[in-house]
Write a protein that binds this ligand. Structure first.
Ligand code: ATP
Ligand code: MG
Length: 292
């Protein structure tokens, strides 16, 4: 079907996930309309780690849910690899999520009656697939869970549980892993372990990760940060450090206070910031700030 195939295969091969002019409008039939997403366009490069930041209510979770096929946008298109997510039937969405997407949630979402290994293998089992033993070994070694595989979630620390969740997301080699506040319930040491592992899976396995976070330290593990405000992309930061993220957040707060953000509803400008994803420097190059 032509609608399932992107116009440019060369470009899509470098882009794992793409949003084109995404809108999510709540309450259209009622009196109060909320534009949770107001024309978001963004490209997420394969093998890159992108963080999505922004104030509470800015649309981060909505964007992630629309990108992952967990929610339908009101308008606009989403592609994962060369599959068009928008417009898929419920059955198509289930298949796409099973085959192309891994999830890591704040609450871990492990099954309490299964041990760590059974939890890691569950998505493959549901899909009727067998794990590649070499890959499984590598993932388990990388997350440092080799001696905890027979433990149930209640017998593991929060950080270990989240590492099980990361291994579960990674074991099917998904096109992209979506993580919504993956360190939100962890102390700083466990957070570092989980973020270090996510970073390593990008570097060593070429995994693509898109992570929503409030935490500048968590975001500093990413290659790039996209900042959302009122449902729009307002800035992006390449090769962030914690200090740069703080500075950028303060700057965006000042702009919002002086009403600059509320007036800047020029979607073309937002597009230009998001489109620069294809011109990203290599990770660890000089940090760069770009505002929409
Ligand atoms: N089902 C819904 N009905 C109406 N409005 C909604 C609904 N879900 C979200 N919203 C609104 O959409 C906007 C974006 O919500 P979203 O949950 O994406 O924000 P967020 O950036 O993830 O916030 P947080 O950091 O608090 O998790 C908010 O104004 C929210 O109130
Ligand atoms: Mg949220």
């Amino acid at each position: 079907m032509t609608s399932q195939t992107s116009a440019s295969d060369t470009e899509t091969s470098a882009i794992a996930v793409r949003a084109v002019d995404l809108w999510k409008i709540y309450g259209e039939v009622e009196h109060t309309t909320v534009n949770a997403l107001a024309g978001v366009s963004a490209k997420f490069e394969r093998g890159h780690f992108t963080a999505i930041m922004g104030p509470s209510g800015s649309g981060k979770s909505t964007l992630m849910h629309c990108l992952a096929g967990l929610d339908q946008a009101t308008k606009g298109d989403v592609w994962i690899g060369n599959s068009k997510v928008s417009g898929l039937s419920d059955r198509g969405l289930t298949k796409l999520r099973r085959e192309k997407v891994g999830f890591v949630f704040q609450q871990f979402n492990l099954l309490p009656t299964l041990n760590a290994q059974e939890n890691i293998l569950l998505p493959l089992e549901i899909a009727g697939q067998k794990a590649d033993p070499e890959w499984l070994d590598r993932v388990i070694t990388t997350v440092g869970l080799a001696d905890r595989l027979k433990h149930r979630p209640a017998e593991l620390s929060g950080g270990q549980q989240q590492r099980v969740a990361c291994a579960r997301a990674l074991v099917s080699r998904p096109e992209v892993i979506f993580a919504d506040e993956p360190t939100g319930n962890l102390d700083s040491r466990s957070s570092s372990e989980v973020l270090g592992f996510l970073r390593q899976s990008v570097k060593e396995f070429g995994q693509t990760i898109i992570m929503v976070t409030h935490d500048p330290r968590a975001a500093s593990y990413a290659d790039r940060i996209i900042f959302l405000s009122d449902g729009k992309v307002t800035a992006e930061l390449l090769n962030p450090t914690e200090e740069l993220v703080f500075d950028q957040m303060k700057h965006l707060d000042r702009v919002a206070e002086s009403d600059g953000v509320a007036d800047s509803d020029d979607v073309t400008e937002s597009d230009s910031a998001a489109d620069s994803a294809s011109e990203l420097p290599a990770p660890n190059a000089t940090p760069a700030v770009k505002e929409a």
